[in-house]
Design a protein around this ligand. Sequence first.
Ligand code: CTP
Length: 376
Amino acid sequence: MRCLAREEARVTVVMTRAAEQFISRLTFGALSGNRVHGDMFADDPAGIMAHITLSREADCVLIAPATAQTIARLAHGMADDLLSATVLAADIPVVLCPAMNTNMLRHPATRDNLERLRGIGYTVIEPASGTLACGEVGAGRMPGWDLVRETLLALFADQDLEGRRILITAGPTREPLDPVRYLSNRSSGRMGYALARTARRRGGEVRLVTGPVSLSDPPGVEVIRVTTAQEMRDAVLALAGSVDIIVGAAAVADFRPRSCRELKIKKSGADPCIELEPNPDIMAELGRSRRSGQLLVGFAAESHDHEQEGRRKLEEKNLDLVVVNDILGSRTGFDVETNQVTLLTARDRRQLPLLSKEATADRIWDRVVELGRGSG
Ligand code: CTP
């Protein structure tokens, strides 16, 4: 409930009788800032039409947690309480988060009921596994908010990347120097992860090759973890032949120590110089070997001469689109939630406003979709 409020969703809560045994209406009233509905007849001055009004006013119904009892009633089209009547009257997406004891979930009756609901067109989010309220361990927990959020957002997103196979790189790389030290950079991975989330939301089949970051895996995305630039290159090249779009959002280290010492470098007697050698340029390599119709998108993280540098990378690496961002800006650089970028193609330049990284990612996909349609 709090998570929905944070997303600025307007929420009206309908509670079943069982739900009211666990939580008071007052709590949901305070959290949603709206009147909480329960009984179909008794406490509603609008009386018997509450289920119709509620189903007309909403954009979607989220049932979380959905108990075995509610699932059974919905599967059989019952309408004997406000929740079931509202769902039956609703001509909007219905999303269920089943949560119950493992045996109840595994029971053929529940499985059949869920299958039936899926058949009707309701979205059923798979329950998570772990320790359940009853003390048993297994499947049946409420899924994490991240998965629920992505499911809801996908319902309202254009599926304009459906059927597109997309490969994204994200995060920094680490280039080892000795068993305890490495060379790296300040990339948090947020931009690449936002691109992966939003692409998945828009129907893409997404693989994310990521350097070490402290972000959770975007739901529905295949995540391939790497450490060094060489590992990132090998992972990307292994997949590149089978994808339609590649986005290089990773901050790949341009250089690595010529050798990684087996033992820790001690300060006494050590030569304080680090000898470096170049890493492979992954996007440039992809630009040379791209197959026809494949779209390549690069980033240009710049502190000066932004556009000029962006254009240079567009041409030198043979890319279709370069996303230029200013790494010195306090709200556009590393490790912040927002970004302001310019999108460069061979033909034009579009400057985006300051946006969250997810909103920026969506605008980048808008442009990629345009380029894919040949309307660039
Ligand atoms: N990139 C890459 N492999 C590298 C370096 C960069 O694939 N070894 C990719 C990045 O993922 C990004 C683009 O190339 O999409 C530009 O990266 P950037 O670090 O801005 O530029 P560099 O090519 O490193 O050039 P410079 O150091 O001159 O800015």
